[in-house]
Design a protein. Structure first.
Length: 333
């Protein structure tokens, strides 16, 4: 029996975006079956035990573009089996054309995925009509699948303008979106009319939540550096919204915010996007909470100074998590 579709109101809290853990030989183009399935299960269980509300996977840092088809299915199966229905699991099914995307989305649904984190195909820069029709076609082909729009302008050569949001808000399966930045947040919220839950990144969540009460969920790749940081941010914002006192949440952002700076080479999102996968996996490995593993080719090459910054970011995040653990123990004593 098919599960009912989610609504925007069902998407709440902290959603972890996870990498696809890789075996030690994954940077060799000759390697096969590179997914570390044991680490996948361990990470999913750890995130759920830590209180994460949902899992997004197989986007850019999830290396969906560089896994083989069999690896994608193996990873999906491991994610879904480990989650066992405890939290929603969205898997990336973006392919280079609509027909392959539909086929993979159907396979993900058959495996039990709750949704797809879906970006537009990457070859030609899409026009507005092309981007909207792509989502309409996938929704029509797989009507039982929830869709999270993966709205990354650098990755998809598309700026996700306001008319796009107004049109995809008419597609019932589109319930949420991985969203970047806050400059256009309020106009985009007006365009979607409450029909899509926009998820800002953890570093933007405090500011976005203060801008509009409908913003009550976010995405966090840092969750796999130490999930307590992510859940603390969620809980402090929820407490602030309930009480009207934002001082504790603001103070926490003063501790979290500096961990972002070393991750972005020369402070540039565009430069970060060129080396996204290598930087994020270096950050995660340095955090020490999970083993993200080597990067799959061809994106395994990255300047060492950039990697050093990413490692610093992961270490800072992990140190904040350990400090939060100590503070919790002190409060309980």
């Amino acid at each position: 029996m098919a599960k009912p579709l989610l609504s925007a109101a069902d998407v709440k809290g902290a959603w972890a975006i996870i990498p696809t853990p890789s075996k030690d030989n994954a940077s060799d183009w000759r390697a096969t079956k590179t997914v570390d399935l044991d680490e996948t299960a361990r990470v999913v269980n750890g995130l759920i035990d830590a209180g994460i509300d949902g899992i997004l996977s197989m986007g850019t840092l999830g290396e969906a573009a560089t896994m083989t088809h069999d690896e994608k299915l193996d990873f999906m199966r491991a994610l879904i089996d480990a989650a066992a229905g405890r939290v929603p699991v969205f898997v990336g099914t973006t392919c280079i054309n609509t027909r392959d995307t539909v086929a993979l989305t159907r396979e993900a649904l058959a495996l039990g995925a709750d949704g797809t984190m879906l970006g537009v195909p990457m070859w030609c820069a899409p026009s507005l009509d092309v981007a909207v029709q792509f989502y309409k076609d996938v929704a029509e082909a797989v009507p039982e699948m929830n869709i999270a729009i993966y709205a990354n302008p650098e990755a998809f050569k598309f700026d996700f303008p306001r008319p796009f949001w107004a049109q995809v808000a008419e597609i019932p399966q589109v319930v949420t979106a991985k969203y970047i930045g806050v400059a256009n947040l309020l106009p985009d919220l007006a365009a979607i009319r409450g029909r899509i839950k926009l998820l800002p990144i953890d570093f933007d969540y405090y500011g976005a939540a203060r801008m509009d009460d409908s913003v009550d969920a976010f995405w966090s790749s840092g969750a796999v550096c130490h999930p307590l940081v992510t859940t603390t941010l969620r809980d402090l914002v929820a407490q602030a919204r309930a009480s009207g006192d934002w001082s504790a949440a603001k103070a926490f952002m003063g501790r979290l915010g500096p961990t972002a700076a070393p991750l972005f080479p020369n402070g540039s999102f565009k430069e970060f996007s060129t080396y996204n996968i290598a930087l994020e996996k270096a950050r995660m490995d340095a955090g020490g909470w999970m083993k993200a593993g080597p990067v799959r080719p061809p994106y395994h090459l990255c300047p060492e100074p950039y990697l050093a910054g990413a490692r610093k970011s992961g270490q800072m995040w992990a140190e904040l998590g350990k400090a939060l653990e100590a503070e919790a123990l002190g409060a309980a004593a």
